[in-house]
Design a binder for this molecule. Sequence first.
Ligand SMILES: CC(C)(COP(=O)(O)OP(=O)(O)OC[C@H]1O[C@@H](n2cnc3c(N)ncnc32)[C@H](O)[C@@H]1OP(=O)(O)O)[C@@H](O)C(=O)NCCC(=O)NCCS
Length: 241
Amino acid sequence: MAAPTYRTATLSDVEGIAQCAAEAMTEDDLFGALWPRRKEYPDQFVSYFRRRARERILDHSVVNLIAEMPVEEDGKEVMKVVGMAQWQKFGRPSVETEWSVYKAAGSRLIGFQDWAYSWFQPKETASDPEAIASFIEDFTEMEHKFWVKDGNQHERWHLQLLAVHSIARRRGIGGRLVELGVERAKRDGCDASLEASPMGLPVYQSKGFEVLETYMMKVKGPDGQPIPSPILMWKNPDVKR
Ligand SMILES: CC(C)(COP(=O)(O)OP(=O)(O)OC[C@H]1O[C@@H](n2cnc3c(N)ncnc32)[C@H](O)[C@@H]1OP(=O)(O)O)[C@@H](O)C(=O)NCCC(=O)NCCS
């Protein structure tokens, strides 16, 4: 397999990102709890990642990175998205996350488009609304417990989502997508942070992230027990604490 190339995603990458994320997250415990019928309705699962990718590409504060490589599909060589990372800047905007009229207008437009489509689309059946509501509570609690102090966000780049397609794992792609966020934190003189899945933990630790605490989510895993979410930070040595 050829070496991957890395770049910032544009709207034309939405489909590739959605396919890659849905494939990578199919066996993840958290997504399994939020989307218990994802294997019966795979299109709905991909559609969720499509919406999410579009929103994030049009979000000023997020840098969407992809890894792609040529692969053979249906007898043809195509460039395929095999890895994706969504890094969000909290606190002051960085050079890459300043407000742009193009993103603001695009974001309004897709909000309206999604609302209009929702009237005609069949009811979404693959997800569990109660588990999603519970996850939103967990997420809000984690955010306030670890990253908001006196109403201010901890100055940082935060990894919102990392996924590497199963055909391209253990080749350093996940690790490189993590490094690309840490490089931004170094450049901007701030920390980097994330909430890990058990599968992602070794990747982050190999890149210098430390576990601050393991938060037990209210969302339950396949064994009926709360899903653990290790909270990690890469502490920038240039930041005075
Ligand atoms: C976690 C994930 C992103 C790792 O991507 P990847 O491209 O395979 O990771 P890398 O090849 O960069 O791995 C870097 C290092 O992490 C460790 N590592 C990665 N996957 C591992 C695994 N399954 N078991 C043990 N160690 C692992 C190894 O130390 C590895 O280095 P090595 O291959 O030289 O031994 C990928 O497996 C994935 O998408 N999983 C499903 C979704 C997910 O869990 N995402 C993380 C959400 S927080």
